[in-house]
Write a protein that binds this ligand. Structure first.
Ligand SMILES: Cc1cc2nc3c(=O)[nH]c(=O)nc-3n(C[C@H](O)[C@H](O)[C@H](O)COP(=O)(O)OP(=O)(O)OC[C@H]3O[C@@H](n4cnc5c(N)ncnc54)[C@H](O)[C@@H]3O)c2cc1C
Length: 453
């Protein structure tokens, strides 16, 4: 390793690597013999070759903002820190694309695209730390999926290193290239199990110059949920629709010291963002005026106020973490099941673990609810089981956007058939026969076969 990357980039002091063996929530803590920080694709290849020779398993890591315990070494793996791969090529203005190395943060990518008159379609609260490599590896969603799709939709091609050190490179940026298996697409959402992503060729989107944000309060969950489809139908500049509840708003205001947005108390809140080349304020006001069951509205008049309204929603993750390591269950439901799920899930959680607190928020237009539960021991899986079983019964998915990681791998069979899981295993075996790349995530261990199915 030291020969491959230089002494300064092999970290072994437990104090120095402490932040890299623990996940963002604090629920998953492991240990590592070394954090290795390659500075080029050739160095990544050299590290993986030596790990393959010595049969040492590796956990690729970007910003370590993942929320399913997939980015930390749970059983003494080497951590491959990709953040030194931070080259960002000039925007290709003719193609509307850019090539970014794996360690570039999403915030830096936004700035870079915007400076060239473009924008990048994926945005999330972890933008200052989450990386291109990590977001491709998890197929991250975020707040603009409604308009631009998740990360997979932005990826035209990737450069990646296989477990044996060979390099796959498809960064030529061809929008149409129908030549067999889509290997870049396969790596989107592969959670570091198939290859180490070192760069991605990304599609850019038009940059809206006017962004208007409103927070709409409801006293009825069904009215709040119904408003989402109405906004999608009536507002063609719609870019984000987020959902949260009064208990979450109270927590965010108390813990993060924010002023309350409304004088009165309500049940549910829908945060709406409209973005366009011309001012969409009038259109947004008309759309909100046409909604049924609205109790109050706050509209942000400027960028600062817009950021403030977003903080009520984006502050949830941070405020909940201040209560102690949460169990994070990021799920998605069919639109018709969402209302019943929201009503039922709190009761189920409390019945399973009395005293546990359930916090709900999410990306409403995608049917994506982040079920966060606090007051449960990190290794107590009862809540995970109850919530994921409920999701499966209601024909949802046990992972909307965070991935399976280590947190949900034992429940994969709730939503994937044995044939699908066997196919995952066959793909894994073909690309990583010695099971060296992120062995603790995604694919259930053989002895878990059929556990839930
Ligand atoms: C406050 C907050 C808000 C968030 N909001 C959202 C949201 O709205 N939507 C959403 O989807 N997620 C969200 N997340 C989760 C997280 O930010 C995403 O999963 C993100 O994609 C992780 O990127 P990362 O660089 O931090 O990856 P890491 O956490 O370092 O790694 C995540 C996974 O990807 C693998 N990996 C990382 N880099 C590579 C690479 N170069 N090659 C191969 N595998 C790699 C790791 O092994 C791990 O399995 C949020 C997290 C936080 C803390």
């Amino acid at each position: 390793m030291r020969t491959a990357v230089g002494d300064a980039h092999v970290l072994t002091d437990p104090d120095v690597v402490a932040g890299q063996v623990q996940d963002w929530t604090g629920r998953y803590v492991g240990s590592t013999p070394a954090v290795v920080r390659p500075g080029s694709v050739d160095e990544v290849a050299a590290v993986l070759r030596s790990c393959a020779d010595a049969r040492v398993p590796v956990v690729p890591q970007g910003g370590n903002t993942g929320l399913v315990g997939g980015s930390v070494p749970l059983h003494g793996e080497v951590v491959l820190d990709l953040r030194r791969l931070d080259r960002l090529d000039p925007v290709d203005a003719l193609a509307g694309q850019v090539t970014a190395q794996a360690g570039v943060t999403i915030a830096r990518l936004h700035e870079h695209a915007r400076a060239a008159g473009w924008d990048y379609g994926v945005d999330l609260a972890a933008r200052d730390t989450a990386t291109v490599g990590g977001t491709v590896a998890t197929n991250a969603g975020g707040v603009h999926v409604l308009r631009y799709g998740s990360t997979r939709r932005q990826v035209i091609g990737v450069e990646a290193v296989l477990a044996d050190g060979r390099v796959l490179r498809r960064l030529d940026g061809l929008e149409k290239d129908n030549t067999g298996y889509d290997l870049s697409g396969l790596l989107c959402g592969s959670e570091g199990t198939l290859a180490v992503i070192t760069a991605a060729r990304l599609r850019l989107v038009a940059r809206p110059t006017h962004v208007i944000v409103a927070l709409v309060a409801f006293d009825d969950v069904d009215a709040a949920l119904a408003s989402v489809a109405e906004l999608r139908r009536g507002l063609d500049t719609l870019r984000a629709v987020e959902l949260f509840f009064q208990d979450g708003l109270d927590l965010v205001c108390d813990r993060l010291g924010l002023a309350r947005p409304f004088a009165g108390r309500h049940v549910a809140f829908v945060l709406v963002e409209a973005a366009a080349r011309t001012d969409p304020t009038a259109e947004l006001s008309d759309a909100i005026a046409a909604l049924r069951g609205v109790s109050d509205v706050a509209v942000a008049a400027d960028t600062r106020a817009a950021r403030q309204l977003w903080r009520y929603r984006e502050g949830h993750t941070e405020a909940i973490n201040l209560l102690g390591a949460p169990h994070k269950l990021d799920v998605t439901l069919p639109a018709a099941e969402l209302s019943a799920f929201v009503r039922e899930v709190r009761e189920r959680v409390t019945a399973a673990v009395p005293g546990a607190l359930t916090w709900l928020f999410g990306h409403a237009a995608d049917g994506n609810v982040h079920v966060n539960v606090t007051g449960v021991a990190p290794d107590d899986d009862r809540v995970t089981d109850v919530v994921l079983q409920l999701v499966a019964r209601r024909h949802g998915s046990i992972s909307a956007e965070h991935g399976i990681g280590t947190a949900k791998r034992a429940w994969l069979s709730l939503v994937r058939t044995q044939t699908e899981i066997d196919t995952y295993r066959a793909i894994k075996h073909a690309l990583d026969p010695n099971q060296l790349l992120n062995p603790n995530v995604l694919i259930p261990s053989e002895n878990a076969r059929g556990l839930h199915g």
